[in-house]
Design a protein around this ligand. Sequence first.
Ligand SMILES: *Cc1c(COP(=O)(O)O)cnc(C)c1O
Length: 383
Amino acid sequence: MRVNTIPPVDLTRQYQVISREVEGKVLEILRSGKYIGGATVTEFETQFAQYIGRNYCVAGNSGTDALYMALRALDIGEGDEVITTPFTFIATSEVIVRVGAKPVFVDIDPDTFNLDLAKIPPAITEKTKAIIPVHLFGQPIDMTKLMAIANKHNLYIIEDCAQATGATWNNQKVGSIGHVGCFSFFPTKNLGACGDGGALTTNDPTIAKKIKLLREHGLVREPGAKVTYRHEITGLNSRLDSIQAAILNIKLKYLDIWNNQRQEAASNYQQLLENVTKIQLPSAVAGGVSVWNQYTIRVKNTSQNEELTRDTVRQKLQQQGVISMVYYPLPLHLQAVYQDLNYQPGSLPIAEQAAMEVLSLPMFPGITLEEQQQIAYGLKDCL
Ligand SMILES: *Cc1c(COP(=O)(O)O)cnc(C)c1O
């Protein structure tokens, strides 16, 4: 039987919905001759701040830059420690090293894949300045408990919301609860540009001002945005260009619809797969609303299940036309780049086990029920 190939993500389905609007706007910008900054970017910053529920949004070039600028704006650097999760994309810890601070990895919760809150306090030292929680796969971490820890120990919280734009904790958007929220607009994120992009959100005017300085070489602008060629701090070049801002302005209007489609797809998976043994489905935490950047199951790695590893399941699925992904195959504390931090295999066992068992099924706005049924049959067939 010939089956259709189902990719892990298909961005063309979103694009079909908005293509006329986007192409019209992009042509307008191309013809305007104004490609960097200006009203389109400011409009996006205003809209996005409002959407997240913060007073300030500063747009930048990527989620990585957003995290980097957040650390810089909070004066975190040499001699400081920042607690984060080993089970995330490398960008989260990379920026900690780039500012000269030390990442301290804390193990994760086996059900949510997010930081295990109980393991954070024992990792806090007099050098700890901040925690970077990641709302992994779109699922918010318990921000109430996390803020209580932060307040008790006088730490900053920089939320890595790269995979969770639109997710809420107790009806508040992620990125509006910690001191700074960092977002990525990489194309496959919930709000994705047609290229790179990122943003920071905060309610603190001093932080917002410093981020604006940083993103443009520490450049002081006079009222009316006039360039002065006076530079106050060492910054970087992290601007969002006008075409990306215009596309994001259009896509932001559709974000809730697309997130709802992801939520529907997640509940379809739940129904299609709930009685399947040998796998564990993602679990929701009361208080959090996930936006399902990924739908990640576990293929349980037990002694009864020896023949059936995650990797064999993945291969068999592929033979049936279903392309799944592994986020992430090697936790950060065991990466070659962090050898000098001296973590050993076994030091963060929950993350290490997750890395062996996780499998992310196709998930994107516009995935059809038929495709999800094909995925579910395929999965049952190889278990
Ligand atoms: C994508 C991602 C980033 C980095 O964002 P870029 O825009 O690609 O730089 C950071 N953290 C997490 C958790 C991500 O998924």
